[in-house]
Design a protein around this ligand. Structure first.
Ligand code: PEP
Ligand code: MG
Length: 572
């Protein structure tokens, strides 16, 4: 095959050279196949072994997940594991083999089609969309029936070329030796893309011609930054690839040297780099890289993947260990942010809301369940006896919510002290700015918070009416919108005016490319996953804050995404 360049969108950077493994969109094309009575037991065993192998595979995947993404990707895996245990699915399959005398493969196909019809008839769009998950699980069982390590699999040095890739597959693909992934569909803002970045697995999405132009075994050169895929690279491409590898190794060494350096701009302004964490691994990492503290400790992970709520002692021990892990640096514990895409199994978050992203989530849920909220506050306040703790409240939309939380904290602290517990005298209380109305009307409650943290992941989705998890929206969900920048500037401005520190803890705070823009808007505190902390530190050390802020007016005048991108490009 002659050289060809196929354009796409870079979703997780890094270059990779490998052999293509093309996976065509999954359709369970199995012809009707009957078995004899004396084959029934054997066929049932074959099926049960395949289901068992699939279950084992999910457990293994689940155990490999950690860090900021564990909760998001874990949810997909948990859902897949639940489907796998579903009696409807399993008994139906057994019945089809036993009484219908179908082969396990055909039973799988029949059962899939039956369930598809049920899902199709559902009114709930969310449940309807779970059919993809069911297909994924059935595809895996089918692969195990043939003892293929899933048709999603690859071997060392292969580049998976597919229509799409599920977040739950990524970690396993990497273990199997897949060195990059190219998909015809998908968005750089999907869960898969976020996870690929955290795994440092190069990913190109939206490469429309990939499935038509690439064949199994083709040699591919993938650039996860530009989104370019070269089929059958020539000598010059290979030379450039090797140069890029040398450059990446050099960069890693250079970043390593920044571990003990301050996060100070060229013109001498110190910028606070906080870490986002949800596991002790993250805490250790954040500590080692010199994070100012934890800017966002997500407590949801304690509540997900289980059937009963964690009690006060379990929560207390967890929070205390995080506080101890940061050895004296402040730890910002966010109160429970369940609901919407972070649905739990304990029944706390409602599962039947028509519009869960706009439903009873975040602080609304905590205030609606006083007992649960008090238990969490007790645990957090007890942990404050072991080191500096701040409390961050998610999804705040009004002054009254903050005042209510303050009253709860005061009451709980009083009771704890009476019981003889050590509780810090002052615990700073902050609000997440994720609801547009809270951002716009910040002047109305800035006096009742000690600090603010902008959650751009949600703020952007609510501001642009674009679901953060919907791949189909592509670039519609993007912080590079003049409306977003103006609102960020407004929030930072109000905070500065009232001397209330403003941090940002959404994904964009960890994107070094966005740093000049955020610095220009006046942001001086970033909270990000430790994985990109050194890159951000380097971007900050390369920036001249005075120069950037002098260009802020121009940035705010940008009329569209292209204008903002031009501003970023023109940054020295
Ligand atoms: C956010 O919305 O930006 C945020 C940090 O919270 P989460 O991603 O946990 O919703
Ligand atoms: Mg949020």
């Amino acid at each position: 095959m002659t050289r060809a360049l196929l354009p796409g969108h870079g979703a997780s950077r890094g270059s990779a050279l490998g052999r293509a493994r093309v996976r065509l969109p999954h359709v369970l094309e199995v012809a009707e196949q009957r078995i004899r009575q004396n084959q029934v037991d054997g066929e049932l065993t074959r099926l049960h072994d395949a289901v068992g192998a699939t279950r084992g595979e999910m457990h293994e995947l689940r155990a490999r997940l950690h860090g900021a993404l564990a909760k998001e990707v874990g949810e997909f895996l948990d859902l897949h594991a639940l489907l796998l245990d579903d009696p409807e699915l399993l008994h139906g399959l057994d019945e089809l083999i036993r009484t219908g005398r179908y082969s396990a493969d055909y039973a799988l196909r029949l059962q899939r089609d039956r369930l598809a019809a049920v899902f199709d008839g559902m009114d709930d769009a969310y449940l309807k969309s779970r059919m993809d998950d069911l297909d994924h699980v059935i595809g895996r069982i089918h692969a195990h029936l043939h003892q293929r390590v899933a048709d999603t699999g690859g071997v060392a040095g292969e580049i998976l070329v597919s229509d799409n890739v599920a977040p739950s597959e990524l970690a396993q693909l990497q273990t199997q030796g897949v060195v990059a992934i190219v998909t015809a569909a998908g968005s750089p803002l999907s869960h898969s893309a976020i996870l690929a970045r955290s795994l440092h697995l190069p990913l190109v999405v939206g490469n429309a011609q990939a499935l038509q132009r690439i064949n199994d075994g083709d040699i591919l050169l993938v650039d996860g930054s530009t989104g370019e895929v070269i089929v059958s690279p020539d000598a010059e491409d290979l030379r450039r690839y090797r140069a890029r590898l040398r450059e990446a190794a050099r960069e890693e060494r250079e970043l390593g040297r920044l571990r003990s350096k301050p996060s100070r701009t060229r013109d001498g302004v110190d910028i606070a780099l906080w870490a986002n964490a949800e596991s002790l691994d993250d805490v250790a990492h954040a500590h080692a890289l010199g994070a100012a503290g934890l800017g966002l400790y997500r407590t949801e992970f304690l509540f997900l993947q289980r059937n009963e709520l964690p009690d006060e002692d379990e929560q207390f021990r967890t929070y205390r260990d995080v506080v101890l892990g940061m050895s004296g640096r402040p730890v910002t514990i966010r109160t429970l942010d369940l609901g919407a895409d972070k649905a739990d199994r304990t029944g706390l978050a409602l599962s039947d809301e028509d519009n869960p992203a706009l439903g009873l989530r975040g602080v609304r849920l905590s205030l609606a369940h006083q007992g649960v909220f008090d238990t969490q506050l007790r645990a957090i306040l007890r942990a404050s006896g072991y080191g500096p703790v701040r409390i961050l409240v998610p999804m705040v939309s009004s002054r009254e919510e903050i005042l209510q939380v303050r009253r709860h904290i005061k009451r709980v602290a009083l009771k704890l002290r009476k019981e003889g517990h050590e509780v810090a005298e002052h615990i700073a209380l902050g609000a997440m700015i994720e609801v547009p109305a809270a951002a716009i009307a910040l002047h109305g409650f800035v006096d009742v918070v000690d600090f603010l943290s902008i959650g751009t992941n949600d703020l952007v989705q609510y501001l642009l009416a674009a679901d953060r998890n919907n791949d189909a929206l592509g670039e519609l969900y993007s912080p590079l919108h003049p409306g977003v920048l103006r609102l960020l500037r407004h929030v930072i401005g109000i905070g500065t005016e009232h001397k209330v520190p403003v941090a940002m803890c959404g994904e964009i705070a960890g994107d070094a490319k966005m740093a000049p823009l955020l610095l220009a808007l006046g942001l001086t505190e970033f909270s990000l996953h430790p994985a990109t902390l050194l890159e951000l530190r380097r971007a900050i050390r390369d920036s001249d804050l005075g120069q950037l802020q002098a260009r802020a007016g121009k940035l705010l005048q940008a009329r569209d995404r292209a204008g903002i991108e031009r501003w970023l490009k023109a940054t020295p």
